[in-house]
Write a protein that binds this ligand. Structure first.
Ligand code: FE2
Length: 250
């Protein structure tokens, strides 16, 4: 898939200027990874940890997006594509539908290691991209983009946003009777991850009805998240959500 096929997203596409990263920024990356990786090795989904190896993330250097994509594309067709910042919804959905993950290139500073109001390269690459190596998750995410790109009703999109939030951003999966994290917001935030692991957050078995009925809150640690038994479950939930959206009963 060439970037020329993108229209809504075209104004936001940039090059990653890798040589512009400073030693301090590489050191911040290394510190961010070092803060969370020991916990993730115990508590992250096998799919995430496998994907981390597949895409060849380094612990002490910021990632080169072209190298990441060169390893990812033969596996699932996904590409980590540099963008200038937060994308409007139509551009975001268009990119997902084309298996291009909009990836910011800036990195938070040492003063805000735990939290950034907008996604940065640590959230986008460390948090999201390893999961794109998982074939079922990869198919789910593309389908999500395709369906949302075809919908204009804001209420329906807000509901579908909840499905994205409680899977892609804050999803949990049960593996060998243990709850593991795979959502990027849990992977890339030590505080959010420990909130779940230390039992401060209720965990319900994933149900599309309950997910769609649970509003997103961005200003506090989660009190309720949802655990799937396999990634097939979110793929099937996407199909169900699509058919409900088409029949105006989402
Ligand atoms: Fe995210």
């Amino acid at each position: 898939m060439k970037t020329e096929t993108l229209t809504a997203a075209a104004p936001f596409l940039i090059e990653q200027d890798y040589s512009a990263y400073t030693d301090e920024q590489h050191a911040v990356w290394a510190e961010l990874v070092g803060r969370v990786l020991p916990e993730l090795e115990k508590h992250a989904s096998r799919a995430y940890l496998d994907g981390f190896e597949v895409i060849g993330l380094q612990r002490d250097r910021l990632p080169r997006l072209a190298q990441i994509s060169a390893r990812l594309e033969p596996r699932t067709g996904w590409n980590s594509t540099p963008v200038s910042g937060f994308l409007p919804a139509p551009a975001f959905f268009e990119m997902l539908a084309a298996r291009r993950f909009p990836t910011t290139t800036w990195l938070r500073s040492r003063e805000s290691l735990e939290y950034t109001p907008e996604p940065d390269i640590f959230h986008d690459v460390f948090g999201h991209v390893p999961m794109h190596a998982h074939k079922v998750f990869a198919d789910f995410l593309e389908r999500y983009g395709q369906v949302c790109a075809s919908i204009e009703d804001e209420t329906v999109l807000e509901k579908l946003g909840r499905l994205f939030w409680y899977t892609v951003e804050f999803g949990l999966i049960r593996e060998n009777n243990e709850v593991k994290v795979y959502g990027s917001g849990l992977i890339s935030s030590h505080g959010e991850c420990m909130n779940v692991i230390e039992g401060h957050c209720a965990i319900h078995d994933f149900s599309l009805d309950e997910v769609l009925a649970t509003p997103v809150k961005v200003d506090e640690l989660h009190k309720l998240l949802f655990v799937v038994s396999s990634f097939d479950q979110i793929y099937e939930a996407m199909h169900e959500a699509e058919s409900r959206a088409r029949q105006n009963r989402l």
